[in-house]
Design a protein around this ligand. Structure first.
Ligand code: RIB
Ligand code: CA
Length: 307
């Protein structure tokens, strides 16, 4: 099993990613770290605690950054994820409390305890990962893999014409993380935009797994409405689950090894672009979108049985 920490800002598609990971027999979800992004960090922590409990996992949830390293905090996208993070659903009420350690310390200590074993999947702004690198640079050689949902290398962005939301939210952190020289795979809009699930897909999940799938079906209604009204599309983009599926099913993705640069300032701030110098990362540019969608539905459909 792959020991996995998800760094997250839940968020509706974050919830999909976490419940997929919890249900997958090949993943050992050993912790969640939280970051501002879709919601304030305190809300992200509350939601992450709720998701762990919903999945039946007694794992640490460590709270991280409340704001970007340098740039001012942008408004939270409540029109996509709802004010509380799960669409129209009322605030989650987890029973548990966050781990006393800050996210960066939790990441460093957990990776150092099992050198070469732990994979980190970041599905929010990269502030916690940048803080971990600053706190203990040895994390870069001790981590097994880092998989990041973020960026738009050969396609338009989703918050500006050039920038994807997770990179735009903290470009300085993203530059540090993409340039750290650790084994990093970028799963950006180039591929995540192609993976679509519909209202019918979520209705099927609710039938297959009434507790976890039922929760996702109710949360996804808001997210589906956003996609219908903003993009005229019947179906929502599965950004964050696609990054976790790259870990469980790498054969569904084609990658290119290249250095990347992040634009830090100005109108193109948050842009991820090919660079001729710097540490190489693997960028996903092609995927089998139908197979990724099918994997999500098949695994998450068994989430209640995995609790
Ligand atoms: O651009 C997609 C990313 O930003 C995802 O992580 C999603 O949760 C959103 O906030
Ligand atoms: Ca996210």
């Amino acid at each position: 099993m792959i020991p996995l920490i998800i760094d997250t800002d839940p968020g509706i598609d974050d919830a999909m990613a976490i419940l997929y990971a919890a249900a997958h027999p090949g993943l050992d979800l050993i912790g969640l770290t939280t970051v501002f992004g879709n919601v304030p960090v305190a809300t992200a922590t509350r939601n992450a605690l709720f998701l762990a409990e919903l999945a039946g996992l007694a794992i640490p949830v460590a709270e991280g950054a409340a704001a970007p390293l340098v740039r001012p905090l942008a408004p939270y996208p409540d029109f996509i994820h709802g004010a509380e993070g799960f669409g129209d659903l009322p605030p989650a009420r987890p029973a548990g409390r966050a781990d006393p350690r800050p996210a960066a310390r939790f990441l460093c200590e957990t990776v150092a305890a099992r050198p070469g074993a732990v994979t980190i999947c970041a599905i929010g702004p990269l502030t916690n990962l940048a803080a971990a690198l600053a706190l203990d640079p040895s994390i870069a050689r001790n981590v097994a893999r880092v998989v990041v949902m973020g960026g738009a290398v050969a396609c338009p962005g989703n918050v500006t014409p050039r920038a994807e939301a997770n990179i735009f939210s903290d470009p300085q952190a993203a530059a540090a993380v993409l340039g750290a020289g650790w084994p990093l795979t970028l799963v950006g809009l180039d591929v995540t935009r192609q993976v679509i699930c519909t209202e019918e897909d979520f209705a099927g999940l609710a039938r297959a797994a009434p507790v976890t799938g039922g929760f996702l079906e109710r949360a996804a209604r808001f997210y589906l409405r956003f996609h219908r009204e903003r993009h005229g599309r019947d179906g929502c983009t599965m950004h964050d689950p696609t990054a976790v599926i790259e870990i469980t099913d790498p054969g569904l993705f084609e990658t290119r090894e290249t250095a990347l640069a992040v634009t830090l300032e100005g109108r193109a701030a948050g842009r991820t672009r090919l660079a001729s110098a710097g540490p190489a990362v693997r960028v996903c540019l092609v995927l089998d979108a139908g197979a990724v969608r099918a994997r999500f539905l098949a695994v998450t459909g068994k989430a209640d049985a995995a609790r």
